[in-house]
Each structure stands twice: as structure tokens, then as C-alpha cells.
Write a protein that binds this ligand. Structure first.
Ligand SMILES: NC(=O)c1ccc[n+]([C@@H]2O[C@H](COP(=O)([O-])OP(=O)(O)OC[C@H]3O[C@@H](n4cnc5c(N)ncnc54)[C@H](O)[C@@H]3O)[C@@H](O)[C@H]2O)c1
Length: 382
């Protein structure tokens, strides 16, 4: 099968089987030209990006007629088959354009056991980059940079889970490394693919709220993560609030420029033991003067509580609330749409819908929060 270049999303081409991703497409996240990052350094005249060069990784052909996968579908690797990687690997198996899903994990036995249960293939970490056309990095955050560099060296399109790295300087260097090698990078901010946020963004874009004055975001988990995850998470601002810090600018079109962050320990001792909090509140200001608050928490037994409220001079848009299950159930469809977009990006059909620069911007807000809470003061972002 040869995939023609830059078609709009369709369930036949790269959407999840039986599910169309047009809901996201309708607000324009994938309607732009191919971004400069993935085209950087490519020979002139190659690719489908409006005359610019496009590199697509092993097994993916770039020619005068456009871009195509030189085999019967795309091979996608998933590195790390824990909570999110396991979900991603199963979801990728349901995407029509994906012919083969290959998993790898530092725990080889875990990868093989998962592969048997999920009906995918398992390979060693040293083999995975040569065995696929695109790769999803879902290992713990501490392993992201090494894996990103290896994937970029192999010139593979990459979907990397958030955050890229806990240290913002290390994250910036990793993004620069990937861009310098021309590998396409998408970062895992799945809320951009969730209909609730898509509708909120559409309301703002349509001017339905008038001049925006107030934003309120809530992200409260049903149950705390495994205790072992807590010291690796970077804390509640880098791990949980980072989704708010990505989605609020995406919905409003305006960056967050100032934060005041506070937190409290009201639950499991493991958070306090790692200088973290399990309840937090962030007061923020957008560049246009809009004021906002974001609340996060680690435990709310009735369910996962995710909300967004926008208010302006002409109206209010409130959405979300408590849902049963956890982030994998609440955002299951969003993850699937995110993966479908990644496959489309890897095939050269669309621009990356969530770039390394986007991820660094959200991370800068989280870093400002860490400083704010530690020093008890308002902090400018950046
Ligand atoms: N976007 C989201 O909503 C979201 C949700 C959950 C987690 N995450 C992110 O995904 C990443 C993984 O989180 P998780 O909760 O799935 O972790 P996890 O601990 O459940 O799973 C991690 C897996 O990676 C494997 N692993 C460890 N080191 C590795 C290495 N060097 N190479 C390959 N595999 C390795 C482990 O054996 C394990 O199977 C983290 O960066 C986390 O922040 C994102």
C-alpha cells in the first residue's frame, strides 16, 4: 500500500478503525503546512510539504509523487510497556495504517509477556530502532532523553510522552538534538485531541465569549499513582499541572506569563517524603491580562475530575466534571486520536500537532510554579 501525500484524515487512511478524527481536524490542529522543524536539513525538492523536503524514516519513501510507506503499512515501535505504553501499543494495533506494532522494554520479560497478551511483537531495546518506521517513547521520564537521541539518530519520527525531561535545560537540548537531525517530534499532550477541549477552543475562536477575562482548570486524579512513580514524576506541577499549562494556552491562544503556586499535603505520605504535594492551586495570568486558576489533586475517590471553565465579556463556557475510571478511561479516545495524528505525521500527511517547542513552553510554566511554591512568591514565566 502506498499512502498518498497530505490527505485530510479519514477512517480509511489513518484514523482508528471505526473512528474518525475529524473532530480535532475541524479546529485546525492539523491543517497547516508541514512544520519547519521536521523539514530542516532535508534536500530541496523532496517530500510533500508544499515543495519542502520531508524525511520519514526507514521504509518510508519520499519521491516526486509524494510520500508513501514502502510496505503494506507502517511499523510502529513502543518503548516501555507500563501504564501508558501498554495502552499506546494496544491502541496502535487498532489504527488502520499501522501494519505492525513492536514493543521493547528494559524488562525484556515484561515486553514479551505484554506482546503475547496484546498480539504484538517484542524485540530487544537494541533492536527496536532498526525494526520500525516510527517510535513512541513511553518509558519513565528519566529515560526519555537517551531514547530520543537514539530515535533521532535512527531518523525516526517520534512521539515522546510528556515531560521530555524533568530538567528544562536538558529538555531544550534534547529538542534541539532531535530537530538538528530532522526527525519529526510530537509530545504527548493528549488533551489537544479531546472533544471537550476542542469545543472550548472553538468557542474562543468563534468569539462566543467576547473578551476573555477568566479561566479555571481542574485536574484531579481518582487515585494516587504507584508510590514508586512519585519520585520520578517531578512533582505535581511538572506531572499533572503540565497538562493544564499546555491546554490553557492552546484553548485560549494566549501564553501563561505569570504564576503563583501553592500546595498542601492532605493524603499519602509519599508525596511529602519527596518534597511534593498532593493538592495544589496555581493562580496565573495570561499575556493578554486574562486571569486564571488551576487546581490539581491526587485523590478523589468518586472519579477523575477534569474541568475547564472560560468566561468573557459576552459569555461563559464550562465543561468537564467527574468521570468514573482514571486518565486512561477519561482520555482513552483522546490518546487514540493523538496516536492516529502521530501516524499521520510520521507518514508526512500533517504537521506535528504538538511540537517540542509547545512542550518546552508548558514546561517553563511548570518550572515557574516549582520556584513559586518553594520561594512563596509570584514568578514570571521564562
Ligand atoms: N500523557 C499522559 O497523560 C501520561 C500519562 C501517564 C504517564 N505519562 C508519561 O509516560 C511515561 C511513562 O509513565 P508510566 O506511568 O507508563 O510508567 P510505568 O512505570 O508504568 O511504565 C514504564 C515502563 O518503562 C519500562 N522502562 C523503564 N526504563 C526503561 C528504559 N530505559 N527503556 C525502556 N523501557 C524502560 C519499565 O519497565 C515499564 O514497563 C512518563 O514519562 C509519564 O510522565 C504520560
Amino acid at each position: 500500500m502506498v499512502i498518498p501525500p497530505r490527505l485530510p484524515p479519514s477512517r480509511e487512511s489513518f484514523g482508528q478503525r471505526g473512528r474518525c478524527v475529524r473532530g480535532c481536524h475541524s479546529v485546525g490542529w492539523c491543517s497547516g503546512p508541514l512544520d519547519g522543524g521536521r523539514d530542516a536539513g532535508r534536500p530541496a525538492g523532496q517530500g510533500a510539504g508544499r515543495g519542502r523536503g520531508v524525511w520519514l524514516g526507514s521504509g518510508v519513501r519520499v519521491g516526486p509523487g509524494g510520500v508513501g510507506v514502502e510496505r503494506d503499512g507502517m511499523r510502529v515501535g513502543v518503548i516501555g510497556v507500563g501504564r501508558i505504553g501498554g495502552f499506546h501499543a494496544r491502541a496502535l494495533s487498532g489504527i488502520a495504517a499501522v501494519e505492525r506494532v513492536v514493543v521493547a522494554d528494559v524488562d525484556r520479560g515484561r515486553a514479551e509477556e505484554f506482546a503475547r497478551a496484546a498480539g504484538v511483537a517484542a524485540v530487544g531495546l537494541d533492536e527496536v530502532f532498526a525494526a520500525v518506521d516510527a517510535v513512541v517513547i513511553a518509558a519513565p521520564t528519566s529515560a526519555h532523553v537517551e531514547l530520543l537521541r537514539a530515535a533521532a539518530d535512527a531518523k525516526l519520527p517520534i512521539l515522546c510522552e510528556k515531560p521530555i525531561a524533568l530538567d528544562p535545560i536538558v529538555a531544550r537540548e534534547a529538542v534541539a538534538y532531535v530537530e538538528a537531525r530532522g526527525a519529526g517530534l510530537q509530545v504527548g499532550f493528549q488533551r489537544r485531541f479531546d472533544p471537550m477541549y476542542v469545543a472550548a477552543r472553538a468557542a474562543v475562536e468563534a468569539g462566543a465569549l467576547g473578551t476573555l477575562t477568566r479561566v479555571h482548570a481542574v485536574s484531579v486524579d481518582r487515585r494516587p499513582p504507584p508510590a514508586a512513580f512519585v519520585p520520578t514524576s517531578g512533582g505535581i506541577y511538572r506531572d499533572t499541572h503540565i497538562h493544564d499549562f499546555d491546554i490553557v494556552p492552546w484553548v485560549t491562544g494566549v501564553p501563561i506569563v505569570e504564576v503563583t503556586a501553592i500546595g498542601a499535603n492532605r493524603g499519602a505520605a509519599v508525596f511529602r517524603e519527596h518534597d511534593d504535594v498532593d493538592v495544589s492551586a496555581v493562580l496565573f495570568r495570561l499575556a493578554d491580562g486574562t486571569l486564571g486558576t488551576a487546581h490539581a489533586g491526587r485523590r478523589h475517590e468518586p472519579g477523575y475530575d477534569v474541568r475547564l471553565e472560560l468566561a468573557g465579556t459576552a459569555g461563559t463556557h464550562a465543561c468537564g466534571g467527574v468521570t468514573e475510571g482514571d486518565f486512561l478511561t477519561r482520555f482513552g479516545d483522546a490518546y487514540r486520536a493523538e496516536l492516529a495524528a502521530f501516524v499521520a505525521m510520521a507518514a508526512g500527511r500533517i504537521a506535528g500537532p504538538c511540537s517540542g517547542a509547545d512542550a518546552l513552553a508548558a514546561q517553563a510554566v511548570a518550572e515557574a510554579c516549582v520556584v513559586s511554591r518553594r520561594e512563596g512568591r509570584t514568578v514570571r514565566v521564562g
